[in-house]
Write a new protein. Sequence first.
Length: 340
Amino acid sequence: MTDRAASTTAVIVPCRNEQQTVAAVVADFRAALPRAQIHVFDNASTDGTAEAAEAAGAVVHQAIRPGKGNVVRKMFSDVDADLYVMVDGDATYDASAAPALIDRLQRDGLDMVIGARVPTEDDDGQFRAGHERGNRIFSWLYRTLFGLKLDDVFSGYRVFTRRFVKSFPAASEGFDIETEFTVHAADLRLDVAEVPTDYGSRPEGSHSKLATYRDGFRILSSAVRLFRHSHPRRFYGGLGVFAAVVGLILGIPVVVEFIQTGEVPRFPTAFLAASLEVIALVLLTGGLIISSVRQISREQRRLAYLAVGPVGGPPSPLAIPEPEHDQHDQRGDSDRQPDP
């Protein structure tokens, strides 16, 4: 267990048009984590989000590419700390819960702790019924596909270790970035946990950027893409088995008819059945090849994770050391004495 005071903590806040709420978020997290440095990443806002955040005392960064996934990629690249607290800038998450999330992460040696959303009494419909049902369905889907027992895979309130952040290959561009966190943890078999946290309503005049159906379809597509990427043998193998079964269903009557009559009157059906069997073989073979390549990628990311070193501990022996420069290297050529 590492003392929280000995670790540097960064609060990273992705924002787009959150002028009304970002100052309160900065103030609340400054009170909850007085030693932390607060970074606000303004994602091409058209209001005064950046100015409000800077006036509240945050370090403001500009993220030009639109989309939360693009902002997260920049946050993870530009901010250096031992612990990262990521939170949305809409003032719906409970800042006072941050120390408890950090304590849970350090006490149990975890790599990610999720603030699972629990609507408060004054929620006033912020966690809309459609979003709540979708969250339950997609959480079940990700539990089934990737094996992590999580109830809120879309929460924007999370605590990460430096190891997690610096080994995370962000590929998503939008709101499906939260699901990619889950898949990264499952892929490297990292330890994660959830801690229930209050989830309040937005202030009047503040609106969610989440489009229920558009982003829901995008998240579903992301689940398929991530499953294909993480488990190619199961994905392509399943498709291959399906194609083989359909081919057999179509082809067996043709073979029986040929045995009985010596003719193939249904040639298109026979051609389709044979084609499906070839496709099945290609899918099964491709799945095995991609799975081998994927294993190499997984090992490389595991090495990147191990190279960072534990929170508050010495650097990992896998880390590349900084080159040493002696005094002769630091002087100019004119100062060097010729060899005798």
